[in-house]
Write a protein that binds this ligand. Sequence first.
Ligand code: NAD
Length: 495
Amino acid sequence: MKTIAHWIAGQPHAGPTDRCGPVHDPATGEQIAAVAFADLQTVDAAVASAERAFPGWRATSLSKRVDVLFRVRELVSRRREELAAIVTREHGKVRADALGEVARGLENIEYACGIPQLLKGEFSEQVAGGVDVYSIRQPLGVVAGITPFNFPAMVPMWIFANAIAAGNTVVLKPSEKDPSAAVFLAELLAEAGVPPGVFNVVHGDKLAVDRLLAHPSIAAVSFVGSTPIAKFVYERGTAAGKRVQALGGAKNHMVVLPDAEIGVAADAAISAAFGSAGERCMAISVVVAVGSVGDPLVAAIEERMRRLRVGPGTDPDAQMGPLITREHRDRVAGYLAEAEREGARVVVDGRRAPLPPSGFFLGVSLVDHVTRDMRVYRDEIFGPVLAVVRVERYEEAVDLVNDSPYGNGTAIFTRDGGAARRFQFDVRAGMVGINVPVPVPVAYYSFGGWKASLFGDHHIYGPDGVAFFTRSKVVTSRWPDPATSRIDLGFPQTR
Ligand code: NAD
């Protein structure tokens, strides 16, 4: 069976293979590869390679860096079908979702192609006689990215595009569950002319992460994953003196007001809850139905759910694929039994759906009359389970969103602009959709939640991404007026 290798100094690096993890095709349930888990020496080798590459890359002119980034953009764009197929094979999401992921990642490379503009500083002339002050932004050095399983191509692109463009060198530790997309991207970067050592990939588990967090040569860590690990990475990394941004989990609410167009809201709920089998940190997992909208909305969502096709990501007719592992599928299914025990009504039960015989499949589920004390409401389930909470008034809906320990995304559906504007003012969440269920910002804004959805003070990608991967330097310079020079430079002398 193939063992997926690390990528260090511009080439595959086998490293020891005594510790490996399984990589599955979630659509069949079969193990398709093993991935080598880095030991300390392998992590150190990747960091050393990035350290060696840093001075040269940092000194590479902006125009040359941009030239390379444009080539990366062209290659990823040209090879998007292959990259999407790799994502589908190891993650399980359907082709359309995988292609969407690649497209959203590419946006970040396109944004990073504008790095000359993004790195421009400020200049104040003649703050005192002959004195000017200006600011410049410089790269940090070697930076680490630690990424989750659910977007194995896009989240690495969120991180490395701006990091590399700004002149840093990178060690990426992708999820061990679907590691091949990161290696494919590393190959494309090398082909595009990114010098060896500028982008490295180490596979592994906690051992590799802990080493990156402790390594004295790592200047910054950009983490995306679940809240408990995000908190750990933030605390450990900052205690070691590193700059850290750690994006965590979520529980996103979609508030539907009584005036909303039911069909539009139901379509939105379906795509936002069940796209990528609900394994998205911006998935809608709770619909908050306000007042009279409850019954017709639940009926419209249910009717659409009954038509959803679940199948392998390679099946052109499938709209939703399997979950990432057997254990995760069983954990998600467990919430349905618990919801029933706690008194909720399972309107559509994914456990009873007609499903392919093998693989980590679960059908879509809708659970109505959920209350805030139930586990199906409180926990991040990260699967195709949509809960409906019914409330009487707008204020109760906002309280639910604001009382959540998470604050990633939220959305409101209404035809009333004033209500939408009020919601945007009231809610405590980092990303808000108005008649948009999954408000992932475009690459020239930044992505990030509030509360337990983000540790650190920079959001990821966009302007915050460039700020995170650079530090500012302010120069105060004095040059005497040439008229006072002892050497005659041809200026009228004042001495
Ligand atoms: P995860 O936290 O289990 O893993 C993320 C990374 O941390 C992986 O590279 C993994 O190998 C590593 N890791 C896991 N356990 C560790 C430990 N004990 N010590 C050190 N490192 C460890 O997350 P996941 O299951 O891969 O991804 C799903 C989670 O990520 C969900 O909670 C989802 O909401 C979240 N997520 C958040 C965002 C966001 O932008 N906020 C985006 C995508 C996913």
